[in-house]
Design a binder for this molecule. Sequence first.
Ligand code: SF4
Length: 469
Amino acid sequence: MTAPHTMFEKIWERHVILTRGESEALIYIDRNIVHEGSFHAFGQLAREGRKVRRPRQTIATADHYVPTAGRGQGLAGVSDPEVRGMIELLEKNAAEHGLLHLGIDDPRQGIVHVVGPELGFTQPGLTLACGDSHTSTHGALGAFAFGIGASQLKQVLATQCLWQKKPRTLRATVDGTLGPGVGGKDVILAIVAEIGTAGATGHVVEYGGAAIRALSIDGRLTVCNMSIEAGARAGMVAPDDTTYAYLAGREYSPKGQDWDLALDHWRTLPSDDGARFDREVRLDGSRLAPMLTWGTSPEEAAAVDTRVPDPARMADPGKRAHAEQALSYMDLKPGMPLTEIRVDRAFIGTCTNGRIEDLRAAAAVLRGRKAVVAGWVSPGSTPIKRQAEAEGLDRIFRDAGLEWRGSGCSGCAAMNGDSVPAGMRCASTSNRNFEGRQGKGARTHLMSPAMVAAAAVTGKITDVRMLLR
Ligand code: SF4
């Protein structure tokens, strides 16, 4: 009888080609997604005279640099020559290597971590790599998915394999039932606040428990997305009927008899009873409140009904020094209620919270209300934009006074120019609140789409549960 295995171990063992030393292995990479930032890797391939080994296993999508305004003109509407050059270079590289390319005006275009699941390109039991740290997102479908650097991307493109150190495993169990106004973003912010930005370093996190199982795939994608903010190599949720219903009928999903065979395999993936994890973390989901970040690290997060922490009360000297610097940058005073923080901007989008359920949650708060601050909504993909428009969500955002934009990374890292002016405070659904992430001097508070909508209509951090009543 074999020892009980975790889901990660099952996937890892099926993909090891050969091992080196105690913990390094050459693993097979089933799927790969590239965006504009892949030009270094394609440049290296060209210099070495190599081609992409398995072009059907890589797709390309334009997301980091695409403008979100004026999209009706396609590439012709991109006035910045540098931005335009990045978008064109991806198209050229994809064409040269025979990759499916979702360009700026492709109806399937979107953010890497949105289009993978949306196309069914991401599937349970697969290994998936991408040159973006939030590749952990795809683990929500039961894949082992992780971010890679430029030289690793070249290796994947050229060989479809990658040397990897075997990560350890951490199980994060969220028990109970989430209350109204509390969702995936609040769960993951609470976990990162609990274990810290280095809490899962070197680990693959498997999320489980009643609160995770009750999440939709959109919610699970949000949770896995921010695994990297706790230092994790990847995040995963075991596939179940919710996963299978989500994948059924998607472009890349298996069809007919292949679907039945895939289901048989997928059902073997969840961790065995008695499987041993290197570390365990447990949270009571029923006690969670809507969360937001007050500082400049994702772990500097707290429940909306609490106060800005006092660094002087922090025992860890490193955390104290970081908090002091964060409060200075964020212009906040220790002890002030979080709900007294005024905001200047609202941003809804990104691979963390730019999916249809995110837009519905924000629209539910904004319906019939007016935003008192400027802001914009950028759907995670063009199909999500179309779906939101079919549901009339775009009208709710526009009527509230927010801009309804095209799909892309937008204000997540502001590479396309969608930045927040210096000194301004943005309620944002993105995943990183580092100094300058949304623009030089910009102050970012991470929170859920419903919480951003609540902040937009009141002009300050607001407990969205008050508006839902
Ligand atoms: S939205 Fe942000 S985290 Fe997601 S792929 Fe784009 S830049 Fe990366």
